[in-house]
Design a protein. Structure first.
Length: 84
C-alpha cells in the first residue's frame, strides 16, 4: 500500500473511537441496528465491512458494560454477606 493510500484510508479504530463513550443502552440500540442492516444484505461490501467493524466495537462495549455490572453486583453481594 502506498503512503498516500494509507493516509486517505480511514482507520477503523478511529471511526469507532466514540463507541468507548457510549452508554450501554445506546451501544445496544446501535448494535441491533447494525445487525439488522447486515442481515438485510442490501449494503455494498465496503459499507458492510465498515458496519461489521462498528458492530464488533459496539459488542465489545456492551460486553464491557455487562462485565463491569457483574463485578459491581458481586462486590455488593459479597459486602452484604460479609459478617458484621
Amino acid at each position: 500500500m502506498s503512503p498516500s493510500a494509507s493516509a486517505s484510508a480511514p482507520d477503523p479504530s478511529d471511526a469507532n473511537a466514540d463507541v468507548a463513550t457510549l452508554p450501554y443502552e445506546r451501544a445496544r440500540e446501535e448494535l441491533v441496528s447494525v445487525v439488522q442492516r447486515l442481515e438485510a444484505g442490501q449494503v455494498p461490501l465496503e459499507e458492510a465491512l465498515t458496519l461489521w467493524e462498528r458492530g464488533e466495537a459496539l459488542a465489545a462495549r456492551c460486553q464491557a458494560w455487562l462485565d463491569d455490572a457483574r463485578t459491581r453486583l458481586a462486590a455488593v453481594a459479597e459486602h452484604e454477606n460479609a459478617p458484621s
